[in-house]
Design a protein around this ligand. Sequence first.
Ligand code: KG4
Ligand code: ZN
Length: 348
Amino acid sequence: MGIYGKITREKKMILSIESSCDDSSISVTEVKSKKLLFYKKISQEREHSEFGGVVPELASRLHAVALPKILEETKEFFPKLRAVAVTNGPGLGVTLMEGVEMAKTVSAMLDIPIIAINHLKAHIYSLFIEKETIFPILVLLISGGHTMIVKVESLNSMQILASTMDDSIGESFDKCAKMMDLDYPGGPQIEKLAVLGDENRFNFPVPLSNSPLLAFSLSGLKNAIRVKIEELGGADNLSYKDRCDISASFQKAITAHLLQKSKKIMSAQNIKDFAIVGGAAANQSIRDTFASLCDKLNIKQHFVELKYCSDNSAMVGRIAIDYFLDNQIMDHKSISTLISKKRQNGEL
Ligand code: KG4
Ligand code: ZN
């Protein structure tokens, strides 16, 4: 008998909760087979769209409604749960707390441990949903909050080799879209318009192209877009073609930037597996550009299923299995202490 009551053979599943930003998601995964037995996500994009970005307090209120609704649907799995996993950062403090409080309740109610999940590592594990892990692997993480290249050697060995000095990739797609009066989230909008646009009409600067720095920077590009829109008479005066051409030219510059910096690291690292993860990994043009590079460098590119690029609990469940097998679990009091520490350090 363990500290968490009787461990029966039936208790072989993990319930996972994700609420780091504007997606409420819960999944149930089986530890041994890594199978996803239940998965649901309720997105808040429509609700935030009219504000041009995520409003944390609104997101938190929407999680408070959506999460219990989804949890209700997982009740049949309760007797079989071995642990509850929850994203505990990085993310929006007020939305993370919705998931963490729910995990604490489930933990106390069912007498099962909690697994605290780092959101960025979970994105990396979106590669391995219902699959075995592939290590070592170089991962380009491009989401709404982060942009980085990570050398992943194991669950407990991940090293950031480059990151952004200012905005993230997703954020710059969102800001560029907002400047053109497009809906939130901007990434999918820009990608759609870019397909119809002339990517050579505007010569936007490729960030840090003359710099040896292994880092990303998007603020200069953002400024160039702002100036161009002003030159064209402001967002109200943009034609549909202007929007398509700006989107295509912007996407071309951003992709070239990602490619230039990644290529240097990929060549230097001698790692034969590569992947792009995070919300912006859904961008087909970025996927295709990297596929050509990987071909040239004789590197195998792995893809995250489109539905698991943006925030979701399936990736939380997948990494939770590896943490669980590595015995990295805690009780509901310890996660409260962890969260308070994060708060003190200004991480939440
Ligand atoms: O990973 P994610 O769901 O949330 C964070 O962890 O931040 O990423 C959301 C971001 C948004 O900024 C969104 O505009 C961007 O991913 N995104 C895209 C595309 N789909 C979503 N960016 C470029 N192209 C896309 N197709
Ligand atoms: Zn994310």
